[in-house]
Each structure stands twice: as structure tokens, then as C-alpha cells.
Design a protein. Structure first.
Length: 221
């Protein structure tokens, strides 16, 4: 009886296990996860509206038509579509208040201008090259080759088999929700990638990230 009482006394003095609770909101990793999750939700909301531009879309069929449409400041959303072939150039200029949609499967587009948003739906094997800057670039068409030689504030990739190469400039965040895409970072700084499940990855400078395998390899070229 005395032995049992002693055991009970010792047991009552044993510290209790902590009760699981919410993560510490001041912890850096918790703050990062919340920020990534909120950013992802905003990205998905933005991408839901890609097929429904907010405004009147001015359709053009070639580079000449695009140049004429840009001369009219009332044309805020421009869509290149149809059977135009070869290279189409958006000449240098400040079009940061304009949105561009490229849906021309036989053409490649070179953009030397600073632009607002760009949506890539269909282009040929040479894809889209940005030499100016952009606030937002959406890649939502299959087999798109995208070369960014200047800064983009937000890059959204929902397309299958997209090949994205970052050569210069800054890219604060990239959202990618397709497992068949490949992203090559040839810039001097690491870039942050937010995946569809809200997790983040870092692509170091000089590395290629294969979404399908999750492997980082040395960037070619």
C-alpha cells in the first residue's frame, strides 16, 4: 500500500505533455507559409479571370494591325490571333496600362515594350520573348516557350509542357500548378516558386527545375 502511494505521488509530480496548439504566428516559417498560401489563393483568383477580360478586346491579325491598335490609347486590351506567321514584334514603348493576349499558333512574338499584362495562349515553337518589362505574365496555353530577358513582377504558369527561361532582371515570385513544366533560372539570384499545393521551392541561380521530377540541374547554355 505504501509502495502504491509512492508511485501515485511520483506520477502526480511528472510534468504533463504540452497540449498541441496553433503554430506560433511570430515564427518565420509560419509567416512564410501563410504568405505563400494567401499569395496562391490570389493567384488562382487572378487566373480564373483570364478567359473573361475586364473590358473590350480589340482583335488584330498581324503586326501592322497591332501597331495601329496600340496608337489608339482607348484600346486597353489587344488580342493577336489568326493565321499570322513568323515573327511579330511589339516595338519599344510604354504600354504598362495595356493588356495583351497572344493566340497565334503560327507566330512568335518579341516584345521590346514595357507592358501591363501578357496572356500566352498559342504560339509557334519560338514562343514569346520579353525584352521589356511586364507587371504580369500568364502562360495558359500548351507547349509555350517563354524567354524573359527583363523583369516581371508576377509570373503565372498553368500550361502543360511550358519551357520558361529567365535570363535577366528580377522575378519576385512564380506560381506554377502544372507538373510538366520546366523553369530555367539564368539570372544572378534565386527565384521563389509557389506550387499548386501552396508549398514553395527555390530555384538557385544557374539551375533548371523540372516540375515532373523535382530535380535541380545545371542550366544549359
Amino acid at each position: 500500500m505504501l509502495l502504491l502511494s509512492a508511485v501515485l505521488a511520483l506520477t502526480s509530480c511528472k510534468p504533463k505533455a504540452p497540449v498541441p496548439g496553433s503554430p506560433d504566428p511570430d515564427a518565420p516559417e509560419y509567416a512564410d507559409d501563410i504568405a505563400a498560401s494567401e499569395a496562391l489563393q490570389q493567384a488562382l483568383t487572378d487566373m480564373d479571370g483570364l478567359d473573361e477580360p475586364d473590358g473590350v478586346v480589340r482583335g488584330v491579325l498581324n503586326e501592322e494591325g497591332l501597331t495601329k491598335a496600340l496608337a489608339d490609347k482607348n484600346n486597353k486590351i489587344l488580342r493577336l490571333h489568326g493565321d499570322v506567321e513568323g515573327d511579330v514584334t511589339v516595338a519599344a514603348g510604354d504600354y504598362t496600362d495595356r493588356s495583351f493576349i497572344f493566340e497565334a499558333p503560327n507566330a512568335a512574338v518579341v516584345c521590346d515594350a514595357d507592358v501591363g499584362s501578357v496572356t500566352l495562349t498559342a504560339l509557334n515553337e519560338n514562343g514569346f520573348t520579353l525584352n521589356g518589362t511586364a507587371n504580369t505574365v500568364y502562360v495558359n496555353g500548351g507547349d509555350i516557350k517563354l524567354t524573359l530577358n527583363n523583369s516581371v513582377k508576377k509570373l503565372y504558369i498553368t500550361a502543360r509542357d511550358a519551357e520558361v527561361t529567365l535570363t535577366n532582371g528580377s522575378f519576385p515570385v512564380i506560381y506554377c500548378d502544372n507538373s510538366t513544366d520546366v523553369i530555367t533560372n539564368k539570372t544572378d539570384a534565386a527565384v521563389q516558386l509557389i506550387l499548386a499545393n501552396g508549398t514553395t521551392r527555390e530555384i538557385p541561380a544557374g539551375k533548371t527545375y523540372n516540375m515532373d521530377t523535382g530535380e535541380l540541374t545545371r542550366a544549359k547554355g
